[in-house]
Write a protein that binds this ligand. Sequence first.
Ligand code: ZN
Ligand code: ZN
Length: 687
Amino acid sequence: MNELRTTCPGCGKPVVFCGSFSMSSICDACGTIVVRPDYGHPLTGQGLAARTGGQTDWKANSGETPAQQQNFATSGTIPPPTGNDSPLEFGMRGIYQGHSFEIRGVVRLEHDAGGFWDEWYLLFDDGRWGWLAEVQQHFYLTFAVDLKKAATIPSFDKIRLEERFLLRPGEPPMTVIEKGCGRPLGARGEIPYALAPRKVYQYADLSGPGGRFATIDFEETPPSLYFGRSVALGDLHLPHKPEDLGHEPRHVEAVNADCPNCRHSLTLRIPHKTVRVGCTACGAILDAAEGRLQLVRTIAGASKPRLPLGAKGPLFGVQYTVVGYLKRCLKSDASEAWDEYLLYDSHVGYRWLTASDEKWYFVQTVPAGNVELQGKNVLYDGKTFRWHEQDIALVSCVLGEFYWKVDRGEQIWMTDYIRPPEMLSREITHGGPDTGEISWSRAVFLSVKTIEQAFGLQPTLPRPASVAPSLPSSFRWLYVWWAAMVGLTILAGIFFQFHHRCQQVFHKTYSLPVAPQAVGQAGKADVQPNLANGDFGGGAAACGEEGPLFFSEPFEVRDHENIEVRLRSSNTNFWLGVDGDLVDEQSGVVQEFSLPMEYYEGVSDGESWTEGSREASAYLSALPAGQYTLRIVGHHEPPNVPLSFEVGVYENVARTQHLLVALAGVSLIPGIVLALQLSSAYLRRQR
Ligand SMILES: [Zn+2]
Ligand SMILES: [Zn+2]
């Protein structure tokens, strides 16, 4: 490996440049950034193009180290990144896809939201190099690639979140998930560009399917591209810790620090990760740097979270500690609020537990590149999640420790997609809606009992009162009950239909004569009202204004049985209107009914057709037992054709309406619950 040695302009100690692409080397003793002279002055950013030039993918580098050791420049000093519990170390060796590398340097960069990430500079034995980005226990390994052959990338100002680019031939499109600026906070070892401590580096991160990851660096024109994928630590075969399969992070001790506002002693459980603290005593928002706290703003009064900060509990096999608590609400309606708990474990990093209307969800980020937008819905993990709602949320309370500079009033643009019992959420933070960072997360419902048992809570948590769309499990019993009741009701309906003692209590056939005016027209003079197929018995027929009036002989109706009057005719092409009264002989109480019926048939264009029906019926409510008579008036069209029809009276009739009413009855409560579930008013946030 090429090696270039010089002495530190700050302290005179030796400084080493190992690879051809190492442009800056930071003095271990005094932190002076020494920049090689053959790449121009670092503060102007001139001459940086050399850093990606000639290196494409895994093509071997044949660059030669310049021999001259004079004219080294310095761009200032920078402290080393401190308090790291990273499993990676400066000088550590590993193997990626069969190629050995050594970690030759690291830069810590602060992003727009006030948090930070580390970029590890991997120098491979064959001279090539890569960036290994470490962001909250996630690792992304990228290599410089030639962008000229691929997409035309717009300028930093023009590039938009969720814009998609075909960055490399044969690769799927990549989606912009973050657009921001990085400022160096710390560095150590060698860096493959001219590092300047006060410089702002503009970048965009892109995500693609299968863990693909890319960073566009806008320092140069055209911008440079780093392409790769997310990697697990195991992929890097860090050989000097073979026994340590879990890659144990170094243990970092909690520290105590006094709130500068109220002097309350606060415990910082992960001081090396925490950049912002909300005082649990006075609610003040504080900046944290290496365990020291500085007041950002005071807040009147602190909330009391249901899960105490510092509580530890196992969830999905990981022992989490509650380190932070946020209260969020909708910007449009502050009464729609929910709780978010930040959980931390040194192996897996951060997770969230959210509580909305006492319903709890475990929330984990998912790679944005694995989420595919399909119209209004999204596809993730082979499942379609339905668009649910979109809103802007605000932070209203901050307690405990956070990895970014969260503040009261911080906004997120959020969109929820549901597929019960899961929910996917898309959030744009640190800017939005066109700039900042997009993150996707998946929320899984957890019962209140699970939370209580995991964190050993006494007293117990309140139970949820309402339901949410992504929450079928706790109300599953209701739907099971509903289905059972519907089934039973239908079975009962069938049973009664078959076992009903439906009885005919009256039956008679009547004939309507040719109407008098029609008689005149027809030239017939002597048509009388008559009876067909039966006698009038005690009844009588008379010709009223509306048509013939018939009285039946008395018949018996039993106590409180429902009554059906049925009408039938075998005529064709007629309209019949029957107005009837069922008269209680004893009390004189009259129950009226009205039955129209029509039936036409014919042939047109060679096809026969029918319209209407030769049957009709009317239901009457249950009547007191006793003797009844039927009084009916019939009139018909056409009036010049006689019409005969049958009238039947039945009691104890099974009615399908009863079945429908019963079904509606058993469906009332589940129906209300379902309606509430579908109403977005009943969904608070469940992230
Ligand atoms: Zn030095
Ligand atoms: Zn305080």
